[in-house]
Ligand binder design. Structure first.
Ligand code: FES
Length: 371
């Protein structure tokens, strides 16, 4: 497994080529360390994907527009280019603060070829790292393991890392010149939060800085941060539960469906349509966010579990995160690219705190209500 990780991900190649005496962790240095074969592969890939992009003319007026070429949804080189240009740049939603509420809480995930580990350290700080051991690049923490830890022990040779990423123990490594455990901590990733969400930024071109909440909000949401907050997308909601689905299609198929402006709703979701005033459906485009909204329908339906309330708001945040706020509920849809023809969709459900306590107590609930 470790060799696969190293070969597939240029980010890890960069880490492993660090000279032993170099104590810096600067991204600048890592960029320079890219093996020439990796650079050549990138250029070749750019060339293949470049041809695909040039098949499409974005300047065609909308009345003459055609759909993008199907190759954008199937071609492996295009998919790789998307990972590099879309998912490895800028802030990306990856999870919920709920899952790292207390020191020692952690969760793992994968974004493109990048395995990551996010935890809350003993001091309460949220930390994110490449989930790869600095020894022989084994996956450090498998998904599905316990989500609470006082340290992370590599399953291969038991190198042990603290919640702050520092290497605490390099098993049986003694008498090696120039080896200092301080140089082999987990490789950090920029992490931030907005509302109830945890965000990562894999961009190696931007400098490392303490993520300021206003900067993150503006970089992630453009001018929409306040619009979402004032429409009830905030940390006051209580987390209910998660559902995950693997779908055999390109990640953009799910996004395209979401962004069709309610076109499919009267036909594919007749039950939902009956609770909406579809003539009030509107879509507003912002820099990085598209907000669709619709008035609710009959008030006869209103009860604790009313899924719509008087207004529903559907926000799409570039490139793959959707926030649906309706009545006392909010759910989010995160579409993770797994391959040119495969994606995983993660649904997280939130509810107004008083209703969550009333119906579910303080624990996370099963998602039976939303079957
Ligand atoms: S690969 Fe982790 S300890 Fe060897």
């Amino acid at each position: 497994m470790m060799m696969i990780l190293e070969a597939k991900n240029p980010h890890f190649l960069l880490q492993s080529t660090k000279p032993p005496n170099d104590k810096t962790h600067s991204n600048k240095h890592k960029r320079k360390s890219i093996p020439s074969v990796t650079v050549c592969q990138c250029l070749l890939r750019n060339s293949d994907a470049g041809k695909l992009v040039h098949e499409f003319d974005p300047k065609v007026p909308v009345e003459k527009a055609v759909t993008p070429p199907s190759s954008w949804y199937t071609d492996p080189s295009f998919f790789q280019e998307e990972l590099e240009r879309v998912f490895y740049r800028g802030w990306q939603a990856v999870g919920c603060i709920e899952h790292i509420k207390d020191p020692g809480d952690f969760f793992t995930g994968r974004l493109g070829d990048v395995e990551f580990l996010i935890c809350r350290d003993e001091k309460g700080n949220i930390r994110a790292f490449h989930n790869v051991c600095r020894h022989h690049a084994s996956l450090l923490v498998s998904s599905g393991t316990a989500h609470k830890a006082s340290c992370f022990v590599c399953p291969y040779h038991a190198w042990t890392y603290g919640l702050d990423g520092q290497l605490l123990k390099a098993t049986r490594i003694t008498g090696i010149q120039n080896f200092n455990v301080k140089d082999f901590g987990l490789v950090p990733i920029k992490v931030a939060t907005w509302g109830p969400f945890v965000l990562l930024n894999l961009d190696k071109e931007i400098s490392w800085h303490e993520a300021d909440i206003n900067t993150v909000a503006s970089e992630w949401l453009g001018s929409c941060s306040e619009i979402l907050s004032t429409n009830g997308v905030d940390s006051s909601l209580s987390y209910v539960c998660r559902r995950e689905y693997t779908i055999e299609c390109n990640w953009k198929v799910f996004c395209d469906n979401y962004l069709d402006g309610g076109y499919h709703v009267p036909y594919a979701h007749k039950g939902l349509a009956s609770g909406l005033q579809l003539q009030s459906y509107s879509t507003k485009m912002y820099e990085k966010v598209s907000i669709q909204s619709c008035e609710g329908g009959s008030m006869d339906r209103k009860d604790d579990y009313d899924r719509l309330g008087s207004k529903a708001l559907y926000a799409f945040i570039y490139p793959n995160f959707m926030i649906n706020r309706y009545g006392p509920w909010m759910d989010t849809n995160l579409v993770l690219p797994l391959g040119p023809r495969k994606c995983q969709v993660v649904f997280d459900y939130f509810l107004e705190a008083s209703l969550k306590r009333k119906h579910f107590g303080d624990k996370s609930a099963q998602c039976e209500l939303h079957a």
